[in-house]
Design a protein around this ligand. Structure first.
Ligand SMILES: NC(=O)c1ccc[n+]([C@@H]2O[C@H](COP(=O)([O-])OP(=O)(O)OC[C@H]3O[C@@H](n4cnc5c(N)ncnc54)[C@H](O)[C@@H]3O)[C@@H](O)[C@H]2O)c1
Length: 326
């Protein structure tokens, strides 16, 4: 790089910093306007939610359907999916369910083609399904590590590949990644889970930049990073300082993240400070902070989800979820 190019870059960096002050003030002013005036209209939009058969996914189905969106739920658990369809319809909404195993790339592509044909162009894609092993690194069987990555991040590649081209063609759409605070900070006994969620956060950030560089201003992305939530997925976790979150609160904030086109949603919001601290503190200081917050023992009594929607997953469903990519 020549001297003059370096000077131009330095001037551009200073310009970006000054512009950031303006954008921060813009955010501040916007935050003073009540959310109800800032939410986008999703009436008639087709929203596809993976893992819609339980927990946060089901609640998001209900909340977006209440705003007039047509819901498509994908889940490996057909019974959970059917419950969601019933609940949405009971509230006057529209919802169709597809039984899809997100570990199977070909099944994802086949289901995506079916959705396009039977329902239409997906306007909002919410990659929400997730699984967790919750064991020390060496105790996690290899196929569980693979399954965790398949569901928590690789499936995002296949769903986004299937639905993004139509969003880009119309310059209208939204790709939502339900990651986790565990995608921003590591936790012991969650090595596979955290690694997959860090990957999901990286997926969102890079895709966001690629869409911006490509000029697709109408295709938005949002990543949701919540702390532990009381849905059953993390049954048994203990939290010393930060309260375990209520599913209703997380689903409401996640839906508002979509409706307000928020790029990154961290829940609870004050956890942003912990992430900044993690980046600036020396490792030993960060570790003391981790212990002080009780991070080291949150997973000690972890049991996870023994049953789903009142029924234990059948052996077939468990096996289906373990099917390697073909
Ligand atoms: N519960 C928490 O404490 C917590 C915290 C932070 C982030 N999250 C994330 O939020 C998301 C939703 O979690 P939740 O608490 O609602 O969990 P949940 O267990 O209630 O729901 C997950 C859904 O994903 C489905 N699923 C799992 N494997 C699948 C597969 N192979 N194919 C298709 N569907 C599959 C399950 O059947 C289930 O319906 C997940 O991505 C999770 O990692 C959860």
């Amino acid at each position: 790089m020549g001297f003059s190019e370096a000077i131009v870059s330095v001037v551009q960096v200073i310009g970006a910093l000054l512009a950031s002050v303006y954008f921060a003030l813009e955010c501040l002013v916007l935050s003073l306007i009540p959310r109800r005036f800032r939410r986008k209209d999703v009436e008639g939009d087709i929203v596809l939610i993976t893992g819609g058969g339980s927990g946060i996914g089901r609640l998001m189905c209900l909340k977006l359907a209440a705003r007039g969106a047509k819901i498509v739920t994908w889940d490996v658990n057909s019974a959970g999916n059917d419950e969601t369809v019933k609940a949405v319809k009971a509230n006057g909404g529209e919802c169709v369910a597809y039984t899809v195993d997100l570990c199977n790339r070909n099944a994802i592509y086949a289901a995506a083609a079916k959705v396009k044909e039977e329902v239409g162009k997906v306007d909002i894609l919410v990659n929400n399904a997730g699984i967790v092993s919750g064991k020390n690194f060496l105790e996690v069987p290899d196929h569980h590590v693979e399954r965790t990555f398949n569901v928590n991040v690789l499936s995002h590649f296949w769903t986004v590949k299937a639905f993004l081209p139509d969003m880009m063609a119309s310059n209208k759409g939204h790709v939502v990644t339900v990651a986790s605070l565990a995608g921003l900070a590591g936790v012991n006994k969650l090595v596979d889970y955290c690694a997959s969620k860090f990957a999901a956060v990286g997926f969102d950030e890079s895709l966001k930049l690629e869409l911006m560089v490509g000029g697709y201003t109408g295709v938005k992305t949002t990543v949701i990073c919540p702390y532990y939530i009381n849905t059953g997925m993390f049954d048994g976790v203990r939290s010393k300082l930060i309260p375990i979150l209520n599913p209703e609160y997380v689903a409401s904030e996640a839906v508002d993240g979509i409706l307000l086109n928020t790029p990154v949603v961290i829940l609870p919001g004050f956890c942003r400070l912990l992430i900044i601290l993690k980046l600036v503190l020396p490792l030993k200081g960060g570790y003391m902070m981790y212990r002080a917050c009780g991070g080291h023992m949150t997973m000690d009594d972890f049991k996870g989800r023994p049953v789903q929607n009142g029924t234990r997953l059948t052996e077939k469903q468990v096996l289906a979820a373990q099917t390697p990519n073909v």
